[in-house]
Write a protein that binds this ligand. Structure first.
Ligand SMILES: Nc1ncnc2c1ncn2[C@@H]1O[C@H](COP(=O)(O)OP(=O)(O)OP(=O)(O)O)[C@@H](O)[C@H]1O
Ligand SMILES: [Mg+2]
Length: 365
């Protein structure tokens, strides 16, 4: 067994930064990160699965950083971005004159990644013709450059990712089953953002701060109505879409308040999309819908709790659990005090008490 559990002082430095860039603490993300922490330090092949923009590449980096290979090469190849006839040479390299146009020797990604990690992105797009060669190098850790009979031995850990359903591709004979089983040693499945809505507020604040810093702007407030719409939106493009929308909103902001970047048509599309999956999502949708109908009022005869047939405190507990923030009465703002830069941009109300009571914030963030 080639278990890479050797921890030198440099590698310890790597391990300290391992999951730092990954924002969110939803139970769904936490359980993925627990899997990543378990498999990271081994030498096992990892298959990262998930919809577009869920953070597959980020996770691949984290796996490398958690391993004893941290500090050694992390080499990426996107199988869908390289023309079919160049892919083999890109992976394994070639000798001068190996084929028309091979005017000089080329070192392939496997050789570059030696002692480190090779990240094969969009592995579902790897042509069938190249798949047996990849299988061989995974099984035997050896290969030949194109146009050469010399066998190279390498020590590479493979992390692969795809948004495609590889099992279905195998069933349709579009992907070799032997390679699939060899890759599928340890699958890590990243849930889409709509199934971990608790992460949305943190991600929004994180990217608002990041882009504000980059653009030398001040974002002092994220209105609760805007945040609630973010939480309810279906995010088909996942974290990448969220990141890009927040960048757009920061560009547009000119008064310290983050404008709502969701187009009207998308805001309207929120509820039906939510009702698609879990009970949790359906509950979130219903509560948000009711809060929207009551203008954000939770308690009292015209509040959301009465409409939902719940006690006010029960509804507040549910909202906390689901990461829903109450829309405050119109005209009330949560602007931060001057100079309080470490304060969160978004300050949810955790109570239905008198407006202006800021002591309860933080309970949901
Ligand atoms: N949990 C997270 N915390 C912070 N940033 C994240 C998180 N998840 C994703 N991102 C950011 O979102 C963007 C998209 O992530 P990434 O490229 O890893 O997604 P992907 O699953 O590889 O997407 P694709 O399938 O389209 O290649 C990146 O800028 C990444 O840094
Ligand atoms: Mg990717």
């Amino acid at each position: 067994m080639k278990n890479v559990n050797r921890v030198t002082s440099i590698e310890q430095g790597c391990a300290e930064n391992r999951l730092d860039q990954i924002v969110g603490d939803s139970p769904a993300l936490e359980s993925v990160l627990a899997e990543v922490e378990r498999v990271g330090p081994t030498d096992s092949t990892v298959l990262v699965l998930g919809e577009t923009g869920t953070g597959k590449e980020l996770i691949a980096h984290a796996i490398h950083n958690l391993s004893g290979r941290c500090g050694r090469p992390f080499v990426k190849l996107n199988c869908s971005a390289i023309p079919f006839d160049l892919l083999e040479s890109e992976l394994f390299g070639h000798e001068k004159g190996a084929f028309t146009g091979a005017v000089s020797q080329k070192i392939g990604r496997f050789e570059i990644a030696d002692t480190g990690t090779l990240f094969l992105d969009e592995i579902g797009d790897l042509p069938l013709a190249v798949q047996p060669k990849l299988l061989r190098v995974l099984q035997e850790q050896e290969f030949e450059r194109l146009g050469s009979g010399r066998t190279h031995r390498i020590n590479v850990r493979l992390v692969a990712a795809t948004h495609r359903d590889l099992a279905q591709m195998v069933a349709r004979h579009e992907f070799r089953s032997d390679l699939y089983y060899r890759l599928n040693v340890f699958p890590v499945v990243l849930p889409p953002l709509r199934e971990r809505r608790e992460d949305i507020a943190q991600l929004v604040s994180h990217f608002a701060e990041l882009f504000a810093r980059r653009m030398s702007k001040r974002i002092e407030q994220i209105p609760q109505t805007t945040m609630n719409e973010f939480i309810a939106y279906s995010w088909p493009g996942n974290v990448r879409e969220l990141q890009n929308l927040i960048e757009r909103a920061v560009i547009r902001s000119d008064n310290g308040i983050l404008p709502n970047p969701l187009p009207i048509s998308q805001k309207k599309a929120v509820t039906p999309i939510i009702s698609r999956s879990t009970l949790r999502d359906a509950e979130t949708a219903l509560i948000l819908q009711t809060l929207s109908a009551t203008g954000g009022i939770v308690g009292g005869p015209r509040g959301a709790a009465v409409r939902l047939g719940l006690k006010r405190t029960t509804l507040i507990t549910k909202m906390k659990r689901l990461g829903i923030y109450r829309t405050r009465p119109q005209g009330h703002t949560d602007a931060l005090q001057e100079g309080s830069e470490s304060e969160p941009l978004f300050k949810p109300d955790a109570d239905d008490g008198p407006s202006g009571n800021n002591d309860v914030r933080g309970a949901l963030v």
